[in-house]
Write a protein that binds this ligand. Sequence first.
Ligand code: ZN
Length: 257
Amino acid sequence: MKLADFSRIFVLSLSLLLSLAGCQGGQHKDPYAPVIQTPQRIFGKILGYSVQQRPIELLTAGTGAEVVLVIATIHGNEEAGTPLVYELLKVLQQRPQLLSSRSVLIVPVTNPDGMALRTRTNAAGIDLNRNFSAPNRINNDNYGLSGLSEPESQILHTLIVNRKPIRILSIHQPLICIDYDGPGEGIARRMQMYCSLPVKKLGAQPGSLGSFAGVEQNIPIITLELKRSDSQLSARELWAEYGPAVLAFITYPNWPY
Ligand SMILES: [Zn+2]
């Protein structure tokens, strides 16, 4: 037997052995193999501290260029949005395609002192959602003696100015509607298709986040007003009720499913 023949037989035997062992170098994919998707990492960062020195945390999912911002509990006694946005984080990890071109910025508790004290305002008695600089701003003991007088509103303002979200969602209770400021009507109507809340224009409130971001900065902003009784729901129940609408916000103008 010539050396060339011997080599040919050796190569044929080797490939037969490999094929019997199922080592075809991935040429034939196992149709029953589980699909492994790398979970998206969530990056946590402390943006700053409240009046009573509680941290205000930012959680970021994705690294894409399109930045969207979701905040919860700017009014401390309207806390149902917080478990809802933590559910959102879980879903974003499970469905990484939602993050292919975007970064989702989430502030789960914008007013941690109010949440701890069960008050609408921060620990200094200021309504943070009336503490922004906007043409309709009113200075007083409840709204603050000047715009951005409070650390919590300063932190949120800095985040918006630095990261330039193309749309914002702020979750409140108990007015049971989807309100919007600025050019947000299309997003509000899309969200309405995915939950039981109606679109309702409440009107820009003095010095509110909606007035600052929506009216002054022209960023579409949705104020999602859940029910008071939603505070009794579990995170899963909240997600079942409002999750699809939140995803419709995240993916707009594309469809979430
Ligand atoms: Zn509110």
